[in-house]
Ligand binder design. Structure first.
Ligand SMILES: *[C@@H]1O[C@H](CO)[C@@H](O)[C@H](O)[C@H]1NC(C)=O
Ligand SMILES: *[C@@H]1O[C@H](CO)[C@@H](O)[C@H](O)[C@H]1NC(C)=O
Length: 473
């Protein structure tokens, strides 16, 4: 999709950067903790039960933290320097139509899926209602138990399962990226659109489709951002790539976080029931998109070649495999509750958050379970989405592949991890738009998002407990 002129402009620009190495300024993570810095967002907001990144978007919250001014709070959100720099050097953003072409529809298109009814108006509908009367609204149900949630979404899950069963995913031609995001994370979504998601326009990424997926803003978010419904609606009108699922409140530290992940999976499955793979991403990763496209293409090719011979191994769960870890949970009783359920604290292999992939068979299994069985006896949903997903898949006879090594994670900087541009997920736990831009600029200019920040540490090849022994950075 990328124009040849775009490539030559880039290589020219690469030369410019080599000539003027002072631009862009080199800012090496980690930064000092501070309000709205990545460290602050992560540690402080999460400890208060908030999802990060409400600050500093169009000033609507005035930094919402008493005693901090905009300059202090928002400098990590200010990417104008990078944007102007990229512009002045001839870098052109993808035409919005090109991004829109890769985005999944918010509701149903007119295209029908066999005899299945429409997802419009169901728990899978990602469209926000018309602006009139929307102010301060969008309150999702307050379920007394997770089971009530499963009961509420079962009919929509049945619809997704029906579509998937009618579709032929063995020759599916696309893979879907669904990026989990919170309603208030405007700045992060925008930075992703302007950075690594731009490589959707690069050769090789033609078979990727994507969507951001959020739940409905919870009471805290609606209070902190009184205009959130209107802003979300405007965002949908502009980019048409953000599903806001109406049947679940977006709560970070709660069972809802895991519920949202499963709901998001069936929401994208219903839209592209013949996709071969579904990649779950978080909105705080820097993904090497061309490399991900390559990996998914190879998987799809393997599936096509092996379908029909009966021996095709179905059920793939691929990611950064945490092996041999004890379950920690979130609240003080989670660990003992887990032990009471399992007789031990060890977890099965869990693909850590940031990026994991399931194939169409596993996605269908989730839709089938959500269409009724989980409404009878629900899965235990722990607040950590990645742990819970791995636990739900724990007994399945599937392939668990450790393939998506992270180059660096927020806390791994402190473990001395090296930033390694050869990874699929180059960084995880990025908290501010500026960090994404820093990597993107390096990626464009030097072909390596870690250029100049490689660091002296090691790259962890595996994610077993012994790999996390603390080393001074
Ligand atoms: C946000 O507020 C700061 C300080 O009050 C101001 O300098 C800046 O221009 C504002 N930005 C927007 C987008 O309104
Ligand atoms: C769903 O809603 C969209 C508007 O968002 C409309 O264009 C489409 O026709 C509807 N689809 C069906 C199948 O009703």
């Amino acid at each position: 999709m990328v124009a040849a002129s775009g490539i030559s402009a880039l290589s020219l620009w690469r030369k410019v950067l080599v000539l003027f190495p002072v631009w862009p300024p080199v800012l090496v993570a980690p930064r000092a903790p501070g309000p709205c810095s990545e460290w602050f967002d992560n540690a402080w907001l999460k400890s208060k039960g908030f999802s990060a990144d409400v600050c500093c978007w169009r000033n609507h919250t005035d930094c919402w933290q008493d005693g901090y001014d905009y300059g202090i709070c928002c400098s990590d959100y200010d990417t104008s320097h990078y944007q102007h720099g990229l512009q002045s050097l001839g870098h052109v953003l993808l035409a919005p139509e090109l991004l829109a072409k890769a985005a999944l529809p918010l509701g149903d298109s007119l295209r029908t899926f066999g005899g299945a009814s429409s997802i419009n108006g169901t728990a899978l509908d990602g469209r926000l209602p018309p602006l009139v009367g929307l102010e301060g609204e969008l309150a999702a149900p307050d379920y007394a138990t997770p089971r009530d949630f499963f009961i509420a979404v079962a009919p929509a899950a049945a619809l997704a399962a029906q579509r998937a069963s009618e579709a032929d995913s063995s020759h599916g031609s696309v893979s879907v990226l669904f990026i989990m995001t919170a309603p208030g994370n405007f700045a992060r979504r925008q930075a992703i659109r302007q950075t690594w998601l731009q490589s959707l326009g690069w050769p090789g990424a033609e078979r990727l489709r994507y969507a951001f997926v959020a739940g409905a803003p919870d009471a805290t978010t609606r209070e902190r951002i009184p205009g959130v419904a209107i802003e979300l609606r405007e965002e949908q009108e502009e980019f048409a790539d953000l599903l806001v699922l109406p049947s679940l409140q977006d709560i970070y530290w709660g069972w809802e976080h895991t519920a949202k992940t499963f709901l998001a999976l069936i929401a994208v499955l219903a839209r592209v029931p013949d996709a071969s793979h579904f990649a779950c991403l978080h909105d705080d990763v820097y993904v090497h998109l061309p490399r991900l496209a390559e990996l998914l293409d190879a998987r799809r090719q393997f599936q096509v070649e092996n379908s029909g011979n009966g021996g095709f191994p179905a059920g793939l769960y691929l990611g950064n495999a945490y092996l041999g870890h004890d379950f920690a949970g979130h609240s003080s009783t989670d660990g003992s509750d887990y032990e009471a359920m399992h007789g031990h604290r060890k977890m099965p292999p869990v693909m850590k958050g940031g990026l994991w992939v399931v194939d169409s068979q596993l996605a269908r299994w989730v839709a089938a379970m959500l269409s009724g069985p989980a409404a009878l006896l629900p899965w235990r949903l722990w607040p950590s989405d990645d742990d819970s997903v791995g636990l739900v898949f724990g007994e399945l006879d599937i392939l668990r592949e450790h393939a998506l090594r992270h180059g660096s994670e927020w806390f791994d900087w402190r473990l001395g991890d090296r930033c390694d541009g050869d990874r699929l997920v180059v960084a995880h736990d990025l908290k501010t738009p500026r960090e994404l831009f820093e990597m993107w600029v390096r990626h464009l200019a030097f072909g390596n998002p870690c250029h100049g920040v490689e660091g002296a540490g090691l790259v962890r090849l595996t994610s077993r407990p012994e790999d996390f022994v603390f080393a001074e950075p």
